[in-house]
Write a protein that binds this ligand. Structure first.
Ligand SMILES: Cc1cc2nc3c(=O)[nH]c(=O)nc-3n(C[C@H](O)[C@H](O)[C@H](O)COP(=O)(O)OP(=O)(O)OC[C@H]3O[C@@H](n4cnc5c(N)ncnc54)[C@H](O)[C@@H]3O)c2cc1C
Length: 383
């Protein structure tokens, strides 16, 4: 695989994101104890960057500017460069930050002009949290079998009924997207815009051991009214919305999740080095894997930027990076010896966060299934 070197624009972003990340660590444990402390940190540059990005350029009059460069977070390559560095500081704060996030990508892909102006206008007007609700209880990896229903009445009104689970930021979000079924099969799925102030929307934060900043939540939808103008992609053919759009959204964002895992792995390796002279060879080997995994992530980001259907590199990158995060944190704990989880709370946190990343946007097993499928179809043949 040819080595991919970020250009000057991305190098500048990386350097700045590295600096921003150092400001996150002092608040990381407070955020774990109480995810709502994020409200106190909206002026941190990393949080600010996340909040400004993933808004289409024509709807973002006030993007992040560094020197002569402007950053919209609209490419996967830009997102992975920033995500690795910010997650090195604290993945929890990254995921706790307000912004357009996954739903922004979906609305950018499926929304008509009015819907885009409405959604991105909300996100832009002040720090606004958003959510993306696909996963359901007992329907995580098998998201295709979702059962939340969008029921339409003869007068054209519609209501949402169902339950969602493990949805990031759903308790503090103002607006988000919900995947629901109007019929059977993948073509019978639609994505709708939902305001959390709507009657029938109930969200409850779940107690988690890792990535607590993300405040993943359970949602109950008890007849949430959905106006016809809130159904995304109505102007597109059925094959271009529904589950197809969820898969494309994941393809576009999965390299970023891989980069979060890489940031966690790097943080664990660096921490172990700073605490002990033991385990140098193991840490060097892990450090080498950081470089090769970064290359795979960059490759995956380039692939989805070129064509969002090409998600197989993204799956390979997510699987490899999640494994590295897990091994790096566990190895670091072993190197620091018995009791290291108690004596080194930072490393303990990194190990817990690594477990959380394993589940985000699909587990390793599921990514491997995608990779196997792509291999049998000859999709990796060029390397
Ligand atoms: C921090 C975090 C943030 C999240 N944010 C969101 C969000 O914003 N929106 C949202 O909708 N969801 C979100 N999720 C949910 C996430 O997408 C699911 O956790 C994930 O898809 C796995 O589903 P599950 O938890 O139900 O696990 P399951 O699907 O029950 O999997 C359990 C185990 O079985 C294995 N397994 C399942 N199927 C197979 C198979 N076919 N072959 C082999 N092994 C298999 C898995 O690898 C896993 O080890 C988030 C999760 C986390 C942890």
């Amino acid at each position: 695989m040819a080595i991919i070197e970020p250009d000057d624009r991305l190098r500048v972003l990386r350097e700045h994101a590295r600096e921003w990340a150092t400001e996150l660590r002092p608040y990381a444990f407070d955020l774990e104890r109480d995810p709502d402390t994020v409200y106190r940190h909206l002026d941190l540059p990393a949080v600010n960057y996340v909040g400004k990005t993933m808004i289409p350029a024509h709807l973002q009059p006030d993007p992040m500017r560094i020197g002569r460069y402007t950053y919209y977070g609209s490419s996967a390559v830009e997102r992975v460069v920033a995500a690795e560095e910010i997650a090195f500081g604290d993945a929890g704060m990254f995921l706790a930050s307000p912004g357009a996030s996954l739903s922004g990508v979906l609305v950018g892909m499926l929304g008509d002009e009015t819907q885009q102006e409405w959604y991105f206008g909300r996100v832009r007007s002040r720090p606004t949290w958003t959510f993306f609700a696909l996963t359901e209880p007992a329907r995580g990896s098998d998201a295709m079998s979702l059962s939340t229903r969008l029921s339409k009445a003869p007068d054209g009104s519609a209501t949402l009924h169902g339950e969602k689970r493990y949805v990031g930021n759903a308790t503090r979000a103002e607006v988000g997207t919900v995947f629901a079924r109007t019929g059977s099969g993948p073509l019978g799925v639609v994505a709708v815009l939902v305001e959390t102030s709507a009657p029938g929307y109930h969200a409850q934060a779940l107690d988690t051991v890792g990535l607590r900043g993300a405040q993943i939540s359970a949602i109950r939808l008890d007849g949430v009214p959905v106006a016809p103008g809130r159904i995304l992609g109505a102007h597109l053919p059925a094959s271009a919305r529904g589950m197809w759009s969820a898969l494309r959204t994941f393809n576009l964002l999965r390299p970023g999740v891989a980069a979060i895992a890489l940031g966690i792995a790097r943080a664990a390796i660096e921490y172990a080095r700073s605490q002990s002279k033991r385990g140098r060879d193991e840490l060097d080997r892990l450090g080498h894997r950081v470089h090769t995994t970064r290359q795979l992530i960059l490759r995956a980001a380039h692939e989805v930027d070129r064509d969002a259907r090409n998600g197989y590199y993204a799956s390979a990158a997510k699987a490899q990076a999640a494994q590295l995060a897990e091994e790096a944190t566990q190895q670091a704990l072993r190197i620091l010896g018995p009791g290291s989880r108690f004596e080194h709370p930072w490393l303990d946190k990194l190990a817990r966060d690594a477990r959380g990343v394993e589940f985000m946007e699909g587990t390793r097993n599921v990514q491997r299934l995608t990779v196997c499928h792509a291999l049998t179809k000859g999709r990796f043949d060029d390397d």
